[in-house]
Design a protein around this ligand. Structure first.
Ligand code: GDP
Ligand code: MG
Length: 175
């Protein structure tokens, strides 16, 4: 239960990346600690919220999910407007979703505030036998582009919480 008047900041965070990489499931895992096995692709822009304490401040994260507009350049600037953080998600078992990460960075840099904090996320880390993207490739790309990086599993919850908290800490550090 939220006590609205105590909230110090509301941070808008957007989740981007190719279709089916697990964006909606990562968000459900963080916002509700749920994983939905029969999820349909998202319809209509939606956001979920979760309030966390960061460095003694009560922060409400308002996290926006795409509405099946994952085609290149289909996301409107309204989606990015006011976003302070971004989760840029690829699927470690789908090389193409990683190859498209550079486009998503371009899109973020074109439409979001230049100071937006970007966390690159390699999701589905539970599928170790099907890995198609070596961790080192992502580490290298993240370093080049000045992104934070984590591998997660929305399925078993690994690193989801810590990745969101890290992103929110970095955003808070800029306040
Ligand atoms: P979105 O299109 O990026 O929002 O992707 P979804 O969140 O709808 O997930 C796409 C598919 O990947 C669904 O079948 C999910 O159940 C599955 N999925 C999502 N995250 C994970 C994960 O961490 N591990 C595994 N094994 N499957 C996942
Ligand atoms: Mg989705």
């Amino acid at each position: 239960e939220e006590v609205v008047e105590k909230i110090d900041y509301v941070f808008k965070v957007v989740v981007v990346g190719d279709s089916a990489v697990g964006k909606t499931q990562i968000l459900s895992r963080f916002a509700k600690n749920e994983f939905c096995f029969d999820s349909k692709s998202t319809i209509g822009v939606e956001f979920q919220t979760r309030t966390v304490t960061i460095q003694g401040k009560l922060i409400k994260a308002q996290i926006w999910d795409t509405a099946g507009q994952e085609r290149y350049r289909a996301i409107t600037s309204a989606y990015y407007r006011g976003a302070l953080g971004a989760m840029l998600v690829y699927d470690i078992t789908k090389r193409q979703s990683f190859d498209h990460v550079a486009r998503w960075v371009e899109d973020l840099r074109a439409h979001a505030d230049s100071s937006i904090v970007i966390m690159l996320i390699g999701n589905k880390a539970d599928l170790t036998d099907s890995r198609a993207v070596p961790t080192e490739d992502a580490v290298e790309f993240a370093e080049e582009q000045g992104l934070f990086f984590s591998e997660t599993s929305a399925l078993n919850g690994d690193n989801v919480e810590s990745a969101f908290i890290r992103l929110l800490e970095e955003v808070h550090g800029m306040m």
